[in-house]
Design a binder for this molecule. Structure first.
Ligand SMILES: [Zn+2]
Length: 79
């Protein structure tokens, strides 16, 4: 039985791809030691990314105009 991927895990995988990491663990390890984190827009169909504060949950997306940017650490439920 396969677990359904949540929107958060799908977006985390997408963010990995865009940032050039093979898997989320590599991405998260890199982010943990940094003061900024890559963030991705949570809107379906919008994959805009930007560097944001690691605890960002509702950052402004310059592509679709929503407060929909979420950082990698929040996506992974680490904070
Ligand atoms: Zn967007």
């Amino acid at each position: 039985m396969e677990l359904a991927l949540t929107t958060k895990s799908k977006k985390l995988m997408r963010l990995c791809e865009i940032e050039g990491y093979d898997n989320p663990y590599d991405l998260l390890q890199a982010v943990m030691t940094d003061s900024v984190s890559p963030a991705i827009c949570m809107t379906e169909g919008c994959d805009y990314t930007a560097e944001m504060e690691p605890d960002q949950r509702e950052g402004y997306c310059e592509a679709c105009g929503g407060n929909t940017m979420m950082s990698a650490l929040v996506l992974a439920d680490l904070i």
